[in-house]
Design a protein around this ligand. Structure first.
Ligand code: BGC
Length: 726
């Protein structure tokens, strides 16, 4: 009987595979038929923008335009046809989902899929064909203004978390566009800085998430970056695009520039760029009929093909890819219609926020605060009321609603006497500059201290914001410290009240000179539409926190690998930059160099206590092609239901080449009732222990001993085992 089912299953799978293959062949045939009907001019036209966020179709043949939108945390409001201002539509508000750092902090790939499906539905409803996200650039320095849009410092975590997002988006017939390929790890000088790094760092740290997006996520488009790598702009890079992306990884989708990252017609044509967007038009917009004709992949491209300098097969390849993307999106007759800003989407946003919030410190169980309390709670800080879905650059959103932290706290702690004082004012951000606030800072501080003195509890809601040189595109932070005098203010508040909790709203690590005096610290990211609700869910204990840091918090900036060297390492000398910490990014640096971080990668507390014990592997000797099966017993020893992330790190013992002390190779989030135990099984493919061998330009698996560390963060290691690879 069982055998019969198995045979049937195999038959169904084979039929499914055959059908997918025949669908693909059919589409390939259709593409060839269309290609034959297109004139050279029409083909070239498809390779560049016609407006800020669309590329033209071919009216004569009914081939639709392609519409794109940022990304990555919600579908951006409509932008004018040919200028950066909002188009002023009234039907373009969205659900703001939490920023991708928060998604990464959930360590929950199932939630990433839900996020992808929901944001994809909104993109589809808004008639977008490409959603410009997710961003998977690696968190190299806490100063990078765009870290909040990315998935942290670990290539494995970013890979595992970006794949379901992509699949979720694409179930809607909307292409995800993974960005920014590659090495866009800072905003300072992003348009020209020439990044130099070892091949090992490139392949081991900075490329894996893109590779996973292509090979495991099947992403349909990818965005180049602004910066250069080894002297060539990344959006039309021979090695990155031709050799690696389209060659080694077999990417069959579309390469889109970042907005204005194309610089040369021939390079763009020959080095794999398919659609050029956002190029500046030297003011031609007002004086020329169509400034877009002057894009690198427009008239100049056409001329070069006509003159024979570039072969027509080059444009044919681009158009094939563009048409393939269209058969997957706006020319797929079966695609759904999408949905927008409905309760289910807000619920997804809230769930991601709840699971991503990280409890960093909780002295004497300060949290959860009893929601029935009638104490006085002073909520202090600008971020308690500031909208954080606006600003930050291209990821700005126009959301249907945004529940502020103050609103959420007031609602959940309805019996408490909740008061608010700003304490400081950051000043308005205008045209990429932040103007000094015209509010009286002394008065703001005085008001806050007055409240703090008499309150039973202070909840300080501060951190960074989305203004220039904070968590914002096109500029990096200037220091690791909290801005706008918050450190000083916090010290003064802590001098008059002993019960101070700090809620940090940011997408980056900050220094915490007041850490010892804080009763509790919560990393609350940018949480989107449901910010206040999700925060109150965690502070009240309705939800037990389970988020884990996707990047390390150093004590001092110099403790971060990128900042341990001279300025050539960060931010570069204005022309070049060398990634001197090499493969030792984030916790790899802290652990290998024995530099204790303030809070480590993978760390996050819970209202209950977990224990990991009895780690075993299925055997002790392995060879290439096999899987290491690790089992551990996880126990919830406390009195509250909660979730823990079991983390498996590997390190090579006595390696001949430099290897990080340990690297994350598997994780699993498990929810347990109070008192419950579970055996948790994790798998690591042995080949994932290989390193990139620069001499051969390939991955190399050493034979020898490896240490497996199983724990609840990169430093809270409960169990260690050795295995041998033969
Ligand atoms: C950003 C991209 C974004 C694009 C379109 C660029 O400045 O780097 O991430 O998708 O603008 O808004």
């Amino acid at each position: 009987m069982k055998m019969r089912y198995l045979v049937l299953l195999i038959a169904f799978m084979a039929i499914g595979q055959l059908k997918a293959q025949s669908d693909e062949t059919l589409i390939d045939e259709k593409i060839e038929t269309i290609l034959k009907q297109l004139t050279l001019e029409e083909k070239v036209k498809m390779c560049h923008a016609q407006s800020k966020f669309s590329s033209p179709g071919v009216e004569r043949l009914g081939i639709p335009e392609i519409w794109m939108s940022d990304g990555p945390h919600g579908v951006r409001a409509e932008i004018a046809w040919d200028a950066w201002n909002h188009a002023g539509w009234t039907n373009d508000s969205c659900t703001a989902f939490p920023a991708l750092t928060c998604l990464a902090a959930t360590f929950n790939p199932d939630l990433s899929y839900k996020y992808g499906v929901a944001i994809g539905e909104e993109a589809r409803y808004r008639k977008k064909d490409i959603l410009l996200g997710p961003g998977v650039n690696i968190y190299r320095t806490p100063l990078n203004g765009r870290n909040f849009e990315y998935m942290g410092e670990d290539p494995y975590l970013a890979s595992v978390m970006c794949v379901p997002y992509i699949k979720g988006v694409q179930t809607n017939g909307v292409a995800a566009c993974v960005k920014h390929y590659a090495l866009n790890n800072q905003e300072v000088w992003r348009s020209h800085i020439n990044v130099q790094l070892s091949d090992r760092a490139l392949h081991e740290i900075y490329l894996p998430a893109f590779k996973a997006a292509v090979e495991d996520g099947g992403v349909w488009s990818i965005m180049g970056a602004y910066n250069k790598y080894n002297g060539q702009h990344t959006s039309h890079h021979e090695v990155l695009i031709n050799d690696i992306l389209k060659g080694d990884w077999g990417f069959d989708g579309v390469v889109v520039t970042d907005w204005g990252s194309a610089h040369d017609t021939k390079e763009a044509a020959l080095n794999g760029l398919d659609i050029e967007m956002g190029t500046g038009t030297d003011g031609l917009t007002s004086s020329t009929e169509n400034a877009y004709d002057y894009y690198y992949l427009a008239k100049p491209f056409l001329e070069m093909i006509k003159s024979g300098e570039i072969d027509e097969s080059v444009v044919d390849d681009k158009v094939r890819r563009i048409l393939r993307l269209m058969f997957r999106t706006n020319m797929d007759k079966n695609r759904s219609f999408g949905r927008k800003a409905n309760q289910e989407h807000f619920d997804v946003a809230r769930e991601v926020a709840q699971e991503g919030i990280v409890l960093l410190k909780n002295n004497r169980n300060f949290f959860p605060l009893n929601p029935e309390t009638d104490q006085s709670i002073a909520v202090i800080g600008e971020n308690a009321t500031r909208m954080m879905t606006v600003g930050g650059g291209s990821s700005e959103l126009k959301t249907v609603h945004e529940i502020s932290p103050l609103e959420g706290i007031k609602k959940r702690f309805a019996k408490a006497n909740v008061t608010h004082a700003m304490g400081y004012s950051s000043g308005p951000s205008v045209y990429g500059r932040v103007l000094p606030s015209d509010l009286d800072q002394d008065k703001l501080k005085k008001e806050a201290l007055e409240l703090a003195k008499t309150a039973d509890v202070v909840i300080f809601v501060g951190g960074l914001n989305k203004s220039h040189e904070q968590d914002c595109e096109n500029g990096d932070r200037k220091s690791l410290n909290l801005p706008f005098g918050q450190d000083k203010l916090l010290n003064e508040i802590m001098a008059v009240n002993k019960n101070v909790a700090v809620i940090l709203v940011s997408g980056n690590a900050v220094a915490m000179p007041w850490q010892d005096k804080a009763k509790a610290i919560v990393q609350a990211w940018y949480l989107g539409s449901e910010t206040g609700h999700a925060l109150a869910d965690v502070l009240s204990g309705d939800v037990n926190p389970s988020g884990k840091l996707p990047f390390s918090f150093p004590v001092n900036l110099e403790d971060n690998g990128a900042h341990a060297f001279d300025e050539l390492s960060y931010p570069g000398d204005g022309v070049n930059q060398v990634y001197k910490e090499d493969i030792l990014v984030g916790y790899r640096w802290h652990d290998t160099k024995a530099i204790k971080p303030l809070f480590e990668f993978g760390f996050g507390e819970s209202y209950t206590q977990f224990e990991i014990k009895e780690a075993t592997t299925d055997k002790s000797n392995y060879k290439s092609g096999e899987e290491i099966r690790v089992s551990v017993e996880l126990k919830n020893k406390g009195k509250t239901k909660g979730a823990e992330v079991v983390q498996v790190y590997l390190g090579e013992i006595d390696a001949e080449v430099l290897r990080p002390e340990k690297e994350l190779k598997a994780f699993k989030k498990v929810e347990l009732e109070a008192g419950q135990s579970q055996i948790v099984h994790l798998k690591v493919p042995v080949d994932h222990l290989a390193y990139y061998d620069e001499a051969t330009g390939n991955w190399k698996l050493d034979q020898g001993q490896f240490k497996i560390s199983v724990g609840r963060s990169s430093r809270l290691i409960d169990e260690e085992l050795n295995i041998t690879v033969r």
